[in-house]
Design a protein around this ligand. Structure first.
Ligand code: UFG
Length: 342
């Protein structure tokens, strides 16, 4: 593959613009690699495969390594001299963060700090960071925009907020420029099904609903039916993974054009309840969703919906696939054909 170290002539290789993509073997990172390749960059995946899949690395070189391994990071920065970093690698399960917060602080904060220090030491000063709306926490009837106070309810959100702070400090002291994206709920898959969502174990609503429809699990458990929402189930703002990674390419260009550090929410501004997602999945697949109701899941907020259009107005981001039907249809297509080796 063009861009594979050692497989292309030296002259051609120097013309490549490498982007270091941590977590490039994961769900969002692998879609980002595809988008980067399509935009003319060569993504270099840096991933320890703790939750990612080597089969998902299809669009550029793969370097196996851990975020906390400074020597390995230094060697990778020296080898590729990337123009920028896109940092996706993280532990990202709210439930797990509630029971094992230490792993979240060590990996997400400690690991990110090591990566940021390595990037600065290598003179790679453009940094795109995957943050989360979980940094906001519970805000009743408040429009969540980039200025909303961040009071995370769990160690996952807290770890991401801490990395945002590190990026700001390194911006002030070392000239690091960052674009921070606070994601709402990412769903869907590459429409060509080259890559898709595949977690083990799976904890996310859309793939679990599809598993239940397909008989891969007995039933979906609805976590809580007594929330203060129209139907009693939690409301989330779902954004298509392809739209999400398009925003990252725009964020990268923003930085490489020499513009300053920014924070953007990535959501559509429309919320759907768990029941609405189930109903839409039933419609798209033509099958009923076997389900049972259960208690609330610790760490869940009632409602998380973006109230900002900054990514559209400032970056020119346009979400073209982020309607619920398309997200579920794309996820369903991937569900039927896609899987990675375990
Ligand atoms: N849900 C169920 N049953 C399940 C799984 C999920 O009812 O079996 C519900 C959850 O309670 C929640 C909604 O479906 O209300 C969405 O849950 P997900 O686990 O798919 O997503 P989360 O909202 O918990 O988490 C996602 C990302 C996190 C991010 C968070 C911000 O996975 O990385 O959004 O809230 F931090």
């Amino acid at each position: 593959m063009a861009g594979q170290r050692g497989s292309v002539p030296e002259q051609e290789e120097t013309a490549l613009t490498y982007i270091l993509v941590t977590g490039g073997a994961g769900y969002i990172g692998s879609h980002a690699c595809k988008a980067l390749k399509a935009a003319g960059y060569t993504p270099v995946t840096y991933d320890n495969l703790s939750t990612g899949w080597q089969d998902a690395v299809k669009f550029g070189p793969f370097e196996q390594g851990d975020l906390r391994d400074r020597e390995r990071l230094d060697a990778v920065f020296a080898q590729y001299q990337p123009a920028a970093v896109m940092h996706f690698a993280a532990l990202s399960q709210v439930g797990e963060a509630m029971s094992e917060p230490g792993r979240y602080w060590a990996n997400n904060v400690g690991g990110s700090l090591t990566l940021i220090e390595a990037a600065v030491a290598a003179g790679c000063l453009d940094f795109v960071f995957s943050s989360t709306c979980a940094t906001y926490g519970e805000h009743d009837n408040v429009v969540l925009d980039e200025n909303t106070p961040q009071h995370p309810l769990n160690a996952y959100g807290a770890s991401k907020r801490a990395v945002e702070d590190i990026l700001r400090d390194f911006g002030a002291s070392h000239g690091l420029r960052s674009v921070i994206f606070r994601y709402f709920n990412v769903a869907g898959a590459d429409p060509e099904a080259a890559v898709g969502e595949f977690h083990h174990p799976e904890t996310h609503l859309v793939p679990l609903v599809l598993d239940a429809i397909d008989g891969k699990r007995d039933a979906l458990t609805i976590f809580g039916t007594d929330y203060d929402t129209a139907d009693g189930t939690c409301v989330r703002d779902y954004v298509h993974v392809c739209d999400l990674v398009d925003a990252h390419v725009l964020g990268l260009r923003w930085l490489t054009d020499g513009k300053g550090s920014e924070v953007f929410n990535l959501g559509t501004g429309t919320g759907f309840s768990v029941r609405e997602v189930m109903d839409k999945a039933g419609e798209v697949t033509g099958r009923a969703v076997p389900h049972v109701t259960g208690p609330r899941r610790a760490g869940d907020c009632t409602k998380l919906v973006s109230g900002s259009v900054r990514a559209a107005t400032v970056l020119g981001w346009e979400a073209t696939r982020s309607n619920l039907e398309t997200m579920i249809a794309d996820a369903w297509r991937w569900h039927k054909v896609g899987a990675y080796e375990r």
